[in-house]
Design a protein around this ligand. Structure first.
Ligand code: AKG
Ligand code: FE2
Length: 246
């Protein structure tokens, strides 16, 4: 089989894996707790291939050493356009399954912004506002590294959900390094969730806030995400943010 044919077959398999996710369950989990797992989104070969890009000299627009900015310990690189095919496909093919949730959430929170059905149209909105820099990123953590709780806001235009795909195998490639989400409800202390991921699983989660129904109507809770300390080994993640950056 030629490389081109193999790539086309891979792209089709990935498109199918995205289409076959239980998107109703995902929407229900997002509504109930602000995050949802997409099991087995990438296969082992795809995970290895994407993680291996980290050491390539080209294909990225910048590299961030987290300790220099107080973001944690470890580093990440933002992809340059054009994105690798798998990354581009994940971003454009997952988006239409999430935009209805995003629109519903904004309506519930009394926010006027609505999101178009196609990612290309949302990107155009970002680009028209000067948010032209691609935000998908590869992260790399070694023993002792961690990612402080944060929100990935890169300008006025924000798509309220994002996704992270674990590219390394817990207990095998690394120990520790759990994906953590915290929720701050008004006038209450923060609550943490640890999301159990295997290699190839993705977690979809709220970027900054989400609606929660209370006895006196709907209120907003504020979310942050991060990664607990990696105890040993090396952990790679692929981060997919749907808005571009200023
Ligand atoms: O490494 C992780 O699991 C989290 C990465 C992250 O902060 C992101 O994708 O926005
Ligand atoms: Fe992040």
């Amino acid at each position: 089989m030629s490389a081109a044919v193999a790539l086309r077959r891979d792209a089709k398999a990935l498109a199918q894996r995205i289409a076959w996710q239980d998107w109703e369950r995902v929407a229900a989990a997002l509504d109930a707790c602000g995050h949802a797992i997409l099991p087995g989104l990438l296969d082992q070969t795809e995970c290895r291939a994407i993680a291996a890009l980290y050491d390539r000299p080209d294909g990225f627009r910048s590299r961030v050493v987290m300790a220099r900015h107080g973001f944690g310990s470890g580093e990440y690189r933002y992809f340059a356009y054009p994105l690798p095919e798998t990354v581009a496909m994940l971003r454009t093919a997952v988006y239409p399954h999430l935009s209805p949730v995003a629109n519903r959430w904004n309506a519930a929170m009394g926010i006027d912004v609505r999101y178009p059905e196609a990612h290309v149209d949302f990107l155009q909105r970002c680009h028209d506002a000067g948010q032209v820099r691609p935000t998908p990123l590869l992260l790399r953590y070694d023993a002792g590294d961690y990612n402080c709780l944060h929100q990935d806001l890169y300008g006025e235009h924000v798509f309220p959900l994002q996704m992270a795909v674990l590219l390394s195998e817990p207990d095998d490639d690394f120990e520790g390094g759990e994906f953590v989400l915290t929720e701050q409800r008004p006038r209450m202390q923060s609550r943490a969730d640890v999301v159990p991921l295997r290699r190839g699983d993705a977690v979809v989660f709220a970027v900054h806030h989400r609606p929660v129904k209370g006895t006196r109507g709907t209120y907003r809770v504020n979310l942050r995400h991060g990664v607990s300390r990696v105890r040993s080994g090396r952990r790679h993640t692929l981060g997919i943010v749907f808005h571009d950056a200023l």
